[in-house]
Structures are given as structure tokens and as C-alpha cells.
Design a protein around this ligand. Structure first.
Ligand code: F3S
Length: 385
């Protein structure tokens, strides 16, 4: 892999240990991916923020790395494990809170924006179509490549951080045209209706290939495509889909009918009486909060409902009166905090939830060991308000 003279010096440690480590990560990744060189990126998005995911080793690494490392490009941050404005609601252990704050503090020292969002493209970080970026967070990568037309591989927490502080990424994979062409096509027999249905289609499609997926028979509603992206990112390694009219010649075709949809739904959902409703995985956009508030207006929730947002969407929703409407119906609006990977059930003592997210169900079942009932956002309101 070709490096410029400056990159070589950075790789050899002439500009300090942090840059040296970052270049070593990028060069090792680039060699694996058979990249010819490094290319500039305009932004990075970092995962590896929630203390329940990265643990003590992560806290220590970030504190040490952040003494020297500084980001070179606009860099946003995934959600963490707490909403520091609502600690009394979740009651997390003091040690968890302290360690979570140390993690976020380390990223701040490096110059990362305190977005704490898994939908960076909503308000915080929306690069222009065609831009090369280095984003971790699988749902955001798939959405970015497929809907926004930006170019990113599915970065890990470490490689996204390396790109953030060098402003570079290996020129390989989805940065190149060829990888962006569908290598398998899912033919959708009947267009799914809700975002949940799109999430289920995503879970099904993501299992089929790690390459770009073509999809026929579905429309381009952005909210639903966000759920589709999250599903694809959850069940496999693909980082892009493409909506097409019909499968190109010679490309494998896989049907998606009601039978496949029911089978995925059965794996992810149980018929149970939930103790709590969790929505916002990925975090809700302004449009989704607005739809929810409109549906809840004038109604009272019969179950606790937590609506998870980024702090920037929260500010916008608050200024439009949407937070007030949700709170008046008995819901809680939460910011910064991932509902599907934070140990909330342990802190609050619940074990059965309802959600509108196929991705959320996947992680709540596997990581949090919860029983999950999957219903569309509209059905959740119909049934529980
Ligand atoms: Fe976001 Fe957590 Fe879901 S980071 S996509 S809310 S698993």
C-alpha cells in the first residue's frame, strides 16, 4: 500500500505515539482490504461509547489515548449507557455513571462532538452526497451509503477513531464503485407497510450476504429505509443496499414473501404482556417523534413508555412542543442513552418489553435477555394508549 512521505513519517512515530498507533491501525486494515493507498475523509462517527460494551479496558485505553490524540475532522459519537439528566428514573450504580462520564470526557478531550447519537445524519453530521467518511455504527453506515449517497466501510470503534485523528481511511471496499453494485437481489413480493416491517425485511436481507444488496418492490420512504438499514446492519456484515427496478442478469435472486416475514417476526417477537415500552432504536428522528406525539395527543399511556432521542433531536422536539405532548400522555423522553444495550432492566427490574424495532428486539433478547413483543409504533399506541 502506498503511503506519502508524511504518512510514512507519522507511521514511524515522528509525530507522536497517538498518530503512530492510528496509522498502524489504518495500514493494517488497508493491507487486509487490499487498499492501494489512504484517502481523506470529511468526517468520522465513533462507536465504543457505552460503558456496558467497552468496560474498564475501554475506559483506561481512552483516557490514556486522549492525553495526546486530537481529531482532525468532524467527529460524532454514538449513544452511551445513561441519560445524565434522568439518573433518578433509571437508578444506575454510581460506579457505572462515573465510568461512563470518564469515557465521554476522554472523547471530548480529543475534540469529538458530544452528539451521543446513532443517527448522526439527523442534525449533527450530514456530509454531502459522494463524500468519503469513516463511520462506525452499522445502521448509520448502511443508511449513509444507501440513502445519503456517502461512502463508508463499516468501521470498528478503533478504525473509526484512527480515521478521526488522521483524517484518512483505506481506499477500499465501499469507497470504490464496484463494491457498491448489488451482488444479490431480494425480490419483495408485497411491499412492507410499517417501519417495523422494513426492519424485519432488513434482518432477513442482512443474513444473505456481506456485500451490497439489491432490493426490488419497495419504496423510498426515508423513515422506513432507516429501519431497513438497521435490520441489515444487525443480522450480517453488509453495509449497503440499493433500490432497483429489477435484478441485473446473472445476479442471485432471493424471494421475500409473507412466509419469510412471518418467520423472522416469530424469531424476534413473543406474545407477552410488556412491563415497559421502549422505542427509538435507532434513535427517533424529528419526524418519528412528531408522528408519535401526534398519535399520542389527548391519550393516556397504560404502560410506561421511554422514547429515546439524541440530544439534538430532543432540543428540536422540545422547541416544537413534542416532548410536552409525549410527557402529558405519560411517556418519558430520554436522550443520549441506547435502549437496547444499556443494562436498564437490571437497574429497574423489568424483563418484558414491547418495541417497534427489529434491531432493538434482536439486542434486547440477545444482550439484555429480555422477552420482547414486537409491534409497529402505530399498534403500540393503539394497544397501550
Ligand atoms: Fe442506536 Fe442502541 Fe439501537 S446505539 S441503533 S439505539 S442498539
Amino acid at each position: 500500500m502506498h503511503l506519502t512521505r508524511w504518512e510514512e513519517k507519522a507511521y514511524e512515530g515522528e509525530f507522536g505515539g497517538a498518530l503512530e498507533s492510528a496509522y498502524r491501525v489504518l495500514v493494517a486494515t488497508g493491507r487486509l482490504l487490499k487498499a492501494d493507498r489512504l484517502i481523506p475523509v470529511v468526517s468520522a462517527h465513533i462507536s465504543g461509547v457505552n460503558y456496558s460494551n467497552i468496560g474498564d479496558a475501554g475506559v483506561e485505553f481512552l483516557e490514556s489515548f486522549s492525553r495526546e490524540a486530537r481529531v482532525k475532522v468532524k467527529t460524532t459519537l454514538n449513544p452511551c449507557g445513561i441519560d445524565s439528566g434522568k439518573l433518578e428514573l433509571f437508578n444506575p450504580p454510581a460506579e457505572f455513571v462515573r465510568k461512563q462520564e470518564r469515557i465521554v470526557g476522554s472523547y471530548m478531550r480529543m475534540g469529538v462532538s458530544k452528539s451521543l447519537s446513532c443517527i448522526p445524519y439527523e442534525i449533527d453530521n450530514r456530509p454531502r452526497r459522494g463524500s468519503h467518511v469513516a463511520w462506525a455504527e452499522s445502521s448509520a453506515c448502511v443508511f449513509g451509503n444507501s440513502v445519503l449517497g456517502i461512502r463508508t466501510n463499516r468501521e470498528s470503534a478503533v478504525s473509526a477513531l484512527a480515521s478521526a485523528i488522521t483524517g484518512r481511511t483505506p481506499n477500499a471496499g465501499l469507497h470504490l464503485d464496484d463494491a457498491r453494485e448489488p451482488k444479490l437481489v431480494v425480490e419483495v413480493e408485497e411491499e412492507p407497510v410499517s417501519s417495523l416491517d422494513y426492519g424485519i425485511l432488513g434482518i432477513f436481507s442482512g443474513r444473505l450476504t456481506s456485500e451490497t444488496i439489491g432490493l426490488t418492490g419497495i419504496g423510498g420512504d426515508v423513515t422506513r429505509l432507516k429501519a431497513l438499514s438497521a435490520g441489515i446492519g444487525t443480522s450480517g456484515a453488509s453495509a449497503m443496499f440499493s433500490l432497483i427496478e429489477k435484478a441485473p442478469k446473472g445476479v442471485e435472486r432471493v424471494p421475500f414473501t409473507k412466509k419469510e416475514a412471518s418467520s423472522v417476526r416469530e424469531q424476534l417477537s413473543s406474545d407477552l404482556d410488556p412491563e415497559v415500552i421502549l422505542v427509538g432504536c435507532p434513535f427517533y428522528t424529528v419526524k418519528e417523534v412528531s408522528d408519535l406525539a401526534r398519535n399520542l395527543e389527548g391519550r393516556k399511556l397504560k404502560k410506561p413508555m421511554y422514547v429515546h432521542l439524541s440530544r439534538s433531536v430532543y432540543a428540536e422536539a422540545r422547541s416544537r412542543g413534542l416532548v410536552k405532548t409525549i410527557e402529558e400522555s405519560g411517556g418519558e423522553v430520554i436522550k443520549d442513552m441506547c435502549p437496547s444495550l444499556s443494562p436498564t432492566p437490571k437497574w429497574m427490574g423489568f424483563s418484558r418489553v414491547a418495541t417497534d424495532s427489529a434491531k432493538g428486539s434482536y439486542y434486547m433478547k440477545s444482550a439484555l435477555k429480555l422477552g420482547v413483543n414486537l409491534l409497529s409504533a402505530e399498534d403500540l399506541v393503539r394497544k397501550y394508549a
